[in-house]
Design a protein around this ligand. Structure first.
Ligand SMILES: NC(=O)C1=CN([C@@H]2O[C@H](COP(=O)(O)OP(=O)(O)OC[C@H]3O[C@@H](n4cnc5c(N)ncnc54)[C@H](OP(=O)(O)O)[C@@H]3O)[C@@H](O)[C@H]2O)C=CC1
Ligand SMILES: C[C@H]1O[C@H](OP(=O)(O)OP(=O)(O)OC[C@H]2O[C@@H](n3cnc4c(=O)[nH]c(N)nc43)[C@H](O)[C@@H]2O)[C@@H](O)[C@@H](O)C1=O
Length: 349
């Protein structure tokens, strides 16, 4: 890649896309092509085709997708399979036809079988049944991988497929119904700390900035909605989390992922998928203790077992990526602290 190359980052306002843009700019790439979903709906094949014909990017980072946590995946299966199939099919096909030199596609660790051996090696793909809460999204992602591999074989198109583990970072989705676990925990513990202090004005600010607080969470916080804000109902705030807390997850800071994306765009051209992770995991309960300590909430945590646990464990084997010379830099605790501090600042703006 040259610094003058024209680079399209699809999904540049999202968690991953915004981190890739930061990384590219920091490295001196300046000819970036960016479109919001309002400007270019990637589900619209004709619009995507016109865009590639006009803009003629050299490289594509495909970070636009329908993404969400366990509850969103489980609740909106049609949206997850349809939007992802449409977005990735339109972008990969148009990129190939309009002379893109190389495309990077992002899958996810959830493409692997639910019960596969740990840590998960790349060759375990399609060796067993998927986790039910996200099989629609996983099937779409597997189709994206197969499309990249088929386009390489038939057309010689240089498309690579990265499988990141669970990600977190700035510009994440903090909506308590649709987000992933880490942004949800950071926000829930923060709200509980504010409720402990009786700072109802700050809770109203949080809701204006990060979206509606669901009724069950308000109840756990010991709050009731009023016509003008919130009032306390005389009960100590608790943090309500989902499932049993026993599943294990691995977390990668999105700035590390963006670094790996640029590294692999420059050094990897193969049809085999490649895992991107940190090589160690924690239980959801351990994660809750870590976030609780960082945010500084003193009260109790309760587990809502009416919500699903999802996959028991999905720890990636990252030896292939390490063998190429890449390893992550940001430790989980430091990364969470950075995100928590930033969301504190954002709440005030
Ligand atoms: N978050 C995670 O933990 C993980 C994510 N990944 C993968 O990384 C990639 C990016 O995920 P992430 O950044 O978390 O997701 P986000 O939800 O944060 O961002 C997704 C982006 O996709 C864009 N987008 C969605 N639908 C459309 C559409 N119809 N047309 C155009 N753009 C659209 C949105 O654009 P706009 O803002 O303009 O609406 C948004 O910026 C995905 O492929 C995901 O599968 C993989 C593993 C884990
Ligand atoms: C990246 C990945 O993300 C999703 O899979 P997931 O890892 O299961 O997602 P998650 O982050 O939502 O949950 C992880 C664990 O945490 C528990 N948990 C506790 N309390 C909260 C909570 O408050 N919110 C959420 N969301 N989860 C909670 C939750 O019950 C689960 O056991 C898929 O979209 C999948 O397709 C995918 O690719």
């Amino acid at each position: 890649m040259n610094k003058t190359d024209r680079i399209y980052v699809a999904g540049h306002r999202g968690l991953v896309g915004s981190a890739i843009v930061r990384k590219l700019r920091a490295e001196g790439f300046h000819d970036l092509v960016l479109r919001t979903s309002e400007e270019l709906d990637l589900r619209d094949q004709a619009a995507v085709d016109r865009f590639f014909a006009e803009e003629r990017p050299d490289y594509v980072f495909l970070a636009a997708a329908k993404v969400g946590g366990i509850h969103a995946n489980n609740t909106y299966p049609a949206d997850f399979i349809r939007d992802n199939l449409q977005i990735q099919t339109n972008v990969i096909d148009a990129a190939r036809r309009h002379g893109v030199k190389k495309l990077l596609f992002l899958g996810s660790s959830c493409i692997y079988p639910r019960e596969c051996p740990q840590p998960i090696r790349e060759e375990y793909l399609l060796t067993g049944p998927l986790e039910k809460t996200n099989e629609w999204y996983a099937i779409a992602k597997i189709a994206g991988i197969k499309m990249c591999q088929a386009y390489r074989r038939q057309y010689g198109f240089d498309a690579i497929c990265l499988m990141p583990t669970n990600l977190y970072g700035p510009d994440d989705n903090f909506d308590l119904e649709t987000s992933h676990v880490l942004p949800a925990m950071i926000r829930k513990f923060h709200l509980a700390k504010l409720a402990e202090r009786g700072d109802l004005e700050a809770i109203a600010k949080d809701e204006r900035r990060f979206g509606r607080i669901p009724e069950d969470i308000l109840e756990a916080l010991g709050l009731e909605r009023t016509a003008t804000g919130f009032r306390r109902i005389g009960k100590a705030p608790v943090v309500r989390l989902w499932g049993t807390g026993s599943p294990r997850r691995e977390f990668l800071h999105v700035d590390d992922l963006a670094d790996a994306c640029l590294f692999l765009m420059q050094r990897y051209s193969d049809e085999e998928i490649i895992n991107v992770g940190v090589g160690e995991d924690v239980t959801i309960r351990e994660l809750a203790e870590m976030v609780k300590g960082i945010v500084g909430f003193e009260g109790e945590v309760i587990w809502d077992t009416s919500k699903p646990d999802g996959t028991p464990r999905k720890l990636l084997d990252v030896s292939k990526l390490r063998g190429l010379g890449w390893t992550h830099q940001i430790k989980l605790e430091d990364g969470i602290r950075r995100v928590a501090e930033r969301t504190d600042r954002e709440r005030e703006t």
